[in-house]
Design a protein around this ligand. Structure first.
Ligand SMILES: *Cc1c(COP(=O)(O)O)cnc(C)c1O
Length: 402
């Protein structure tokens, strides 16, 4: 918790923030990056000290390894500092674990969840599986619903889960309109903010109560660590902490340390991801083999007005729709790429390309496309090399499509 610095820091720039955030002298102990504190047991000087440490409201005091140590607290605190209006952040061993903790901190048997139809597939699976098994029902809503969400909120609705833009199809949601409707009915607003990060979308300032990051992506930035976080508004952090402790969730100190290391360069990496991705997206728009580019920072993309109104920047992940062609023609494009790996996840320094088929997951909406979709994660390579690679790929696609 760092409310004092939170207010003081509002005028400084993003790169300055990520460099300074969370580096309290008592945690860094004279070095620059907070070191790895590996611990399960913490020793006390007396029974009285042990009793004092165990109080439910202790925060940032050594108690037992499951509640973390300075390595985790420092990263969590840094993420809180990046999100104006936040009270506290908790870390998890993956982004999906963070999603589970956020949902379970507000939902009980008999409750209803409203989940955006464009959500990350494992979020859907959690709703259709774990939550359903525990008597929580889910209704899916159209990502373009905006203020119309008010009509879906019922007696049992306890939470709305947004993801904006959706990480396959990139529809923007009207987050302020949705959170306003949620607030009016006492419903918790949860957002998966992995795409924008708090640097490019300030979730809590737009009414979100619990903001989730798959830190695996841009915070870590090097495709070698799984990590998640939930940053909570003052009204929600106690419930979140209680649920997290009860679930026994703890991020390892080594992973938190690598997350903190990644965070220091997140602003400069994001700036480069953003500019390279936009350059490539604009180039793809000019290509006859491409029907449509799904990237909300493009003026031609539906939802750009919301993006321009609410977001401070974009990132390196977007999709494009091919003009016709089938699975085999799409595979011909992807298989021969030299600078793009074929693999899940994103946010690392290296480029990736995967086939995506959002139609398979949707239940509330049925988007239709002129051809198959490809999702690109644009890494930190020279964009000219990536464009040349994609140009060859589009030629292979056109030849295979016939
Ligand atoms: C990857 C991802 C997650 C899950 O993160 P993991 O660390 O892989 O569990 C959640 N939301 C979005 C949008 C993601 O892309």
């Amino acid at each position: 918790m760092s409310k004092d610095r939170d207010t003081a820091d509002r005028t400084i720039g993003d790169a300055t923030r990520v460099v300074a955030a969370g580096r309290r002298p008592e945690w860094t102990q004279g070095v620059v990056n907070p070191p790895v504190w590996r611990a399960s047991t913490h020793l006390y000087g007396s029974v009285a000290e042990l009793r004092a440490a165990g109080g439910r409201d202790t925060h940032h005091r050594l108690f037992y390894g499951r509640r973390g140590a300075p390595t985790q607290w420092s990263l969590a605190d840094a993420l809180t500092e990046l999100e104006p209006g936040a009270e506290a952040t908790f870390l998890y061993p993956s982004g999906v674990a963070a999603i589970a903790a956020a949902l379970l901190s507000v939902l009980s048997p008999g409750d209803e969840l409203l989940l955006v139809d464009s959500a990350y597939d494992p979020t859907r699976s959690m709703a259709d599986g774990l939550l359903k098994r525990f008597g929580i029902t889910t209704r899916f809503y159209d990502p373009l619903i905006g203020a119309g969400i008010a009509d879906m909120i019922g007696e049992r609705t306890r939470a709305i889960f947004m993801e904006s833009p959706g990480s396959l199809t990139f529809e923007m949601q009207d987050v302020p309109a949705i959170t306003a409707a949620a607030k009016a009915r006492g419903v918790t607003a949860i957002l998966d903010n992995t795409w924008a990060t708090p640097l490019h979308f300030r979730a809590l300032e737009h009414g979100v109560d619990l903001s989730i990051l798959a830190c695996t992506k841009y915070v870590v930035g090097h495709s070698d660590v799984m990590l998640g976080s939930v940053t909570a508004a003052p009204s929600h952090w106690r419930k979140l902490r209680e649920t997290s402790f009860q679930l026994g969730q703890v991020a390892s100190p080594d992973d938190a340390w690598l997350g903190a290391r990644g965070l220091r360069t997140m602003a400069v990496r994001l700036a480069q991801h953003q500019s390279s991705a936009l350059q490539i997206a604009r180039w793809l728009e000019t290509r006859p083999e491409v029907d449509r580019v799904l990237h909300p920072a493009l003026e031609t993309c539906r939802g750009h007005d919301l993006f321009a109104r609410d977001f401070r920047g974009s990132s390196g992940l977007f999709s494009f729709v091919l003009s016709g062609g089938d699975e085999a023609a799409r595979a011909a494009l992807i298989d021969g790429l030299v600078h793009f790996g074929i693999g899940y996840s994103w946010g690392g320094f290296e480029s990736l390309a995967i086939p995506v088929d959002p139609q398979r997951y949707r239940t509330a909406t049925a988007p239709s496309f002129a051809g198959p979709l490809v999702r690109l994660q644009i890494g930190l390579e020279d964009p000219a090399d990536l464009i040349a690679d994609l140009e060859e790929g589009l030629k292979r696609f056109a030849a295979a499509r016939g």
